[in-house]
Structures are given as structure tokens and as C-alpha cells.
Design a protein around this ligand. Structure first.
Ligand code: ADP
Ligand code: MG
Length: 169
């Protein structure tokens, strides 16, 4: 089921399996560029890392750098992992273990926001540091727990981009 509410800049999708999560990442990959922020909301195991991994793999790597099948570990312990990609480097944050938003500066947040593509798991940890202009992905378990659902909410330029990709009602 796909539900598009263009006025609210919102798209709801069922993700029956991980393949569907990967498919969504591949669909969104051509839209992301330098300075973009994708906030990945959702409980443990809801698929934040699966989505980020698929997005990172879907982006082309500069020549000479290994691309598509590069290992993309969860940044659970390292807190951030960076990847050389086009059109910009990807910064993949997992802020679950960050207690104070100020600590995020030490992870290179400014550089990520200015020059990179920023993917954030546990964006609630950013507090007021979370940029207003962003794409939100709200991942949730289906009722039987076997599948996932996602609500995409586009803020700023992302509103129009979502409408372009998912069409109007
Ligand atoms: P998170 O980063 O949110 O804690 P992960 O991506 O690490 O979650 O783990 C998600 C788990 O759910 C993985 O085992 C993955 O195979 C599975 N998964 C991902 N997307 C889906 C989906 N759409 N339907 C069912 N299972 C999924
Ligand atoms: Mg994760």
C-alpha cells in the first residue's frame, strides 16, 4: 500500500521484506546530494541500518574506490562511519550512545552537514542540532512484526522531491 499526501509532504509505504527496504533506498539515492540530511527514526531492529546500508551501496563511488558491495557496518560503537561516494561523501551516524547533543560536534557533524550526505540513526539525540531541512524516514514494525512500514516526511526541498518521485494523489 502506498499512500501519498502531497500537501503534507508525506508518503506511507509498506515494506514487506528487506528487499523492499533496499528498493526504497535505491529509489531515493538519485535524489540525495551535498548538504542533505536523512533522519532515520525507529525502534531497534526497525531497519534504520538496513536502509542506510542500501543507500550507501546505491550511490556511485569515485573511480578507483570500491563501490556497490563495500562493507557497511553499523556505527553502533564507532558512532560514525564515512564513505567516499558521489555526489558527496556519506557520513553515517548512530547516535544511540550519545548522551549530550554537544558531543556530536566531535564526530564531525559540521563537516558532514556542510560537505557531505548525512544519514542519522537516533536523530532524537541531536536535539536542536537536527537541521530543519531534511528527509525524515519513520520506520516501524508491522502488526505481526515480520515486515516494516515507513512514513517519509519531506521538509523544505524534500517536499517537492518526494512529490516528484512518488507522484501526487
Ligand atoms: P536498526 O538499525 O533500526 O536497529 P537493522 O537495520 O540493524 O535495524 O536491523 C533490521 C532487521 O530487520 C534486519 O535483520 C533486517 O534484515 C530486517 N529488515 C530490514 N528491513 C526489513 C523489512 N522491510 N521487513 C522485514 N525485515 C526487515
Ligand atoms: Mg542501526
Amino acid at each position: 500500500m502506498t499512500k501519498v499526501d502531497a500537501a503534507a509532504c508525506e508518503v506511507c509505504l509498506d515494506l514487506p521484506d528487506e528487499m523492499a527496504t533496499r528498493h526504497l533506498a535505491r529509489k531515493l539515492a538519485p535524489l540525495v546530494g551535498k548538504g542533505d540530511v536523512v533522519a532515520l527514526w525507529g525502534d531497534l531492529g526497525s531497519g534504520k541500518t538496513s536502509f542506510a546500508r542500501a543507500l550507501i551501496r546505491a550511490l556511485p563511488a569515485p573511480s578507483g574506490v570500491r563501490g556497490g558491495d563495500e562493507e557497511v557496518p553499523s556505527p553502533t560503537f564507532t558512532l560514525v562511519q564515512t564513505y567516499s561516494r558521489l555526489p558527496a561523501d556519506v557520513w553515517h551516524f548512530d547516535l544511540y550512545r550519545v548522551d549530550r547533543p554537544e558531543d556530536i560536534h566531535e564526530l564531525g557533524l559540521e563537516e558532514a552537514l556542510a560537505d557531505g550526505i548525512t544519514l542519522v540513526e537516533w536523530p532524537e539525540r541531536m536535539g536542536t542540532l537536527l537541521p530543519a531541512e531534511r528527509l525524515d524516514l519513520r520506520l516501524a514494525y508491522s502488526d505481526d512484526g515480520k515486515a516494516r512500514r515507513v512514513t517519509l516526511v519531506g521538509h523544505g526541498a524534500w517536499c517537492r522531491r518526494l512529490a516528484e518521485v512518488f507522484g501526487h494523489d
